[in-house]
Design a protein around this ligand. Structure first.
Ligand code: LLP
Length: 437
């Protein structure tokens, strides 16, 4: 099978009453995360098939709130950081740097400090990073991120392998890796690859074989192969999520073959972001306005939200679709079944700030058909746990960033980040007098 399509009803973790109480207690827009879903996803990831040991690293860039990190750490997860700032952030949440590995495009001086003083593990992502670390810490144990020459991703923007990708050391530069390791007496203990968000079983199988070849050529200093993240989640009814057992099986077989060939029991690392958090997040928004162009030949009804691309950038950036659920402000209307076609627009002054297809775009699978609603009703944008709050921006149109709330396993809602304020937005702006200019 290709994994299961999501049951959209099951995917919802907020009842209509939950949604209204979130509005009452925290205002809108507000991100809500579900602790039960986060835990269930972490358990699934921890059951990933492996032959000789497994480390699950949460790619914290997907949703770096300290409460999420703490919850995952308590379940035995480790972490993948994409910058030293993320490592420092994890440390502030109480996660030791030794539980993090860093794979970054931008290696700064703090990376060396963190490696030396806090046992941070680093996957060198370029030849110059290998040289930098080797010069600063000769004899160190390092990981090497390769670009195995093969990429995969839901869209070109989330594909990070192959010759058009800048991520990792190109596999044909293998000899230069060996030379640099030798020059600085570095011990390469881990091979790392991450080829994109949205890879499927066949790709994983090929990437694991290609990566094992690199491990073998590097020799038995290599103890771990990290195959990155990128498992798919079903957000819309037509999308399927990755079946981890199916993806893991051939990888495990490859690891066993590797041991037969080389005698080395390689540990597996996986590094999911999306899979762990995407379907554990929802954004509660309010319908600010309903406007129409119905006088025109092809008129439209627009639902204008009090949130938009500053909170959920994925639709504008990748054309991604997130399920939209209307929740009446009046509980008595929950049972009404009238529906209507809307174009759902965000709050920014950008015609591309849309959650359903633009009026003049051909019909796609993104449903414009929603429960009929009016100003003051609520609309939940589902499956926003990954890369939504994380990619949100404070400042465009001077909108604040939305708060984050956790639905605990006991059922209550706990604030885990407040709404930003205008003072915070302006705190680093330097006041100058017009006469100075
Ligand atoms: N490991 C590394 C080294 C990565 O760069 C990433 C994601 C992951 C793991 C986790 O990948 P995931 O399991 O989340 O697909 N903003 C995009 C995704 C960008 C992913 C960047 N790297 C989105 O909203 O889909």
């Amino acid at each position: 099978g290709k994994g299961a399509a999501p049951d959209l009803e099951k995917l919802r973790f907020l009842s209509n009453d939950d949604v209204r109480s979130v509005q009452q207690d925290f205002g809108t827009p507000t991100y809500v995360y579900d602790a039960a879903t986060l835990k269930a996803r972490a358990e699934e990831a921890l059951a990933f098939p492996n032959a000789y040991g497994l480390t699950v690293r949460y790619a914290m860039k997907a949703c770096p709130n300290g409460a999420v990190l703490k919850l995952f750490e308590s379940m035995g997860l480790n972490f993948d950081a994409s910058s030293t700032h993320e490592v420092r952030r994890a440390m502030r949440a109480g996660v030791p740097a030794s539980k993090c590995s860093l794979s970054t495009q931008q290696l700064d001086d703090d990376a060396i400090t963190l490696m030396k003083e806090h046992s941070l593990e680093i996957n060198c992502c370029s030849l110059s990073q290998l040289d930098t670390i080797g010069s600063a810490l000769p004899g160190a144990k390092v990981g090497v991120r390769f670009n195995p020459g093969l990429g995969s991703g839901g869209t070109a923007k989330t594909n990070v392998g192959g010759p058009s990708s800048s991520f990792g050391i190109w596999h044909e530069q293998f000899d230069e890796v060996v030379a640099l390791a030798k020059k600085h007496d570095l011990e390469v203990i881990r091979v790392h690859t991450h080829i994109g968000s949205g890879s499927d079983a066949e790709v994983w199988k090929r990437v694991s074989s290609m990566s094992l070849d690199l491990c073998e050529r590097l020799g038995d200093s290599v103890k771990t192969l990290n195959l990155g993240g990128g498992y798919k989640v079903g957000r819309m009814a037509y999308e399927t999520s990755t079946n981890l057992q199916e993806v893991g099986k051939p990888v495990t077989d490859n690891f066993r073959d590797y041991k037969e060939r080389t005698g080395v029991e390689l540990k597996l690392e996986v590094e999911p972001g999306t899979y762990l958090v995407a379907n554990a997040g929802a954004l509660v928004t309010k319908v600010q306005d309903v406007a129409c162009t119905s006088g025109a030949a092809k008129g439209n009804d627009f639902l204008k939200l009090d949130a938009g691309m500053t909170d959920v950038l994925r639709p504008s950036l990748y054309g991604s679709q997130h399920p939209l659920v209307v929740v009446p402000s009046d509980a008595a209307k929950d049972a009404d079944d009238a529906t209507h076609e809307y174009v759902v627009v965000g709050h920014c002054c950008e015609s591309g700030d849309l959650l359903t297809p633009a009026p003049d775009e051909p019909e796609t699978l993104a449903p414009r058909l929603l429960k009929s609603c009016e100003r003051g009703d609520l609309l939940v944008v589902e499956s926003v746990g990954a890369y939504c709050s994380a990619m949100s921006t404070a400042g465009y149109n001077s909108f604040p960033t939305a708060p984050e709330v956790l639905k605990t396993t006991k059922g209550g809602f706990v604030s885990i980040r407040r709404r930003s304020t205008l003072d915070q937005l302006l705190q680093n702006e330097v006041q100058v007098d017009a006469s100075q200019l």
